[in-house]
Design a protein around this ligand. Structure first.
Ligand code: MN
Length: 324
């Protein structure tokens, strides 16, 4: 079992533009010695917009809530819509509406400009809005890759049942956004090995997840309360697991034919029948990834490997050469 290293409690939310009220649960710019980029690599940043109510916007067509044109370079943004809708358009021609349950995987690569707004339909009606935006780093070999856009509709995501360890019936399910669970392969193509599983438990029991032993692992609890490796964790918390137990070196020297060794994580949920106020399920987002292990030089919307590359990116942006 991969032990829990720390449970990161609630954070104060802030606005991104006027449309996204998010808590930044980690950021590669943080320099906490116990929780910094080394512990989240290959993930750079996680913004969680917990369910927030928006009034109908009478100016939804001309002044939608959100953020207008802005650049990104050197990494990927992954947006998951849990409630509400996000409309997106970028300079590489990618555009679409991310509806409830959908995922947008945008590769900024050598440089992209985009805008992110509440969709016209959501702006007009208002209601509950909840999303995640994750920044995934690109290794130096792919940092300047051409921009790319993957639309992953909810029905494109393979769903696997999570079986109770004793009884064997399903106590919940996981949508495999990226990576692999048992022999089910996720919908997204990624540049480095990553697992991104959107998990829901709605029945009492215990189930065990297996994650490669050379991955960093993080688990966000979005709704409900459960035991993770026998430790109680409630909504709004981010679980940081101990460092990988194997390095790439260990894996390379192991028999190449042998299956990737894994670490387990045990999830135990007790559905409450008396407490009508309690959520009727637990929602979790599991993130794991093989650390890229390269230096990171980032500022604002740009994440490069060196300060020289970062300065050049700002010069390119100011002189109209961005993304070329
Ligand atoms: Mn953006």
């Amino acid at each position: 079992m991969r032990p829990i290293k720390h449970i990161h409690g609630d954070k104060a939310p802030h606005w991104v533009g006027d449309g996204f009220y998010v808590k930044t649960l980690f950021n590669h710019l943080d320099n906490d010695p116990y929780f910094n980029h080394r512990h989240t690599d290959p993930f750079l940043l996680l913004d969680y917009g917990q369910p927030t109510s928006f009034a109908p916007n009478p100016n939804f067509a001309t002044q939608p809530h959100g953020i207008g044109q802005h650049p990104h370079k050197g990494f990927e943004t992954v947006t998951i819509a849990y409630a509400g809708e996000i409309s997106h358009a970028d300079s590489a021609g990618g555009c679409g509406i991310i509806q409830q349950g959908d995922v947008q995987w945008m590769t900024a690569g050598r440089g992209i400009m985009h805008e992110e707004f509440h969709s016209p339909a959501f702006g007009q009606r208002g209601g509950l809005f909840s999303m995640v935006q994750l920044w995934v780093n690109l290794p130096s070999a792919h940092k300047l890759t051409a921009p790319k856009y993957q639309t992953l509709k909810r029905h494109d995501l393979p769903i696997v049942n999570l079986a109770d360890n004793k009884v064997g019936h399903a106590i919940g399910k996981a949508a495999i956004i990226a990576g692999e669970w048992q022999s089910t392969v996720g919908a997204a193509s990624t540049f480095t090995p990553i697992n991104m599983w959107d998990i829901e438990l709605d029945n009492t029991g215990s189930t065990t997840l297996q994650v490669p032993n050379n991955h960093n692992i993080l688990l966000l609890v979005q709704e409900g309360t459960l035991l993770i490796n026998a430790t109680p964790v409630s909504a709004g918390n981010l679980v940081q697991f101990a460092a990988p137990t194997a390095t790439d070196f260990d894996i390379n020297v192991a028999n190449a034919q042998a299956a990737q060794a894994s670490d387990s994580i045990e999830l135990t949920y007790a559905k409450s029948s008396d407490d009508k106020q309690a959520p009727s399920s637990v929602k979790l987002l599991l993130l794991s990834g093989e650390p890229i292990g390269e230096p990171v030089a980032g500022y604002g919307p740009f994440v490069m490997n060196t300060q020289t590359e970062l300065k050049q990116t700002f010069r390119d942006y100011q002189t109209g050469n961005f993304g070329k």
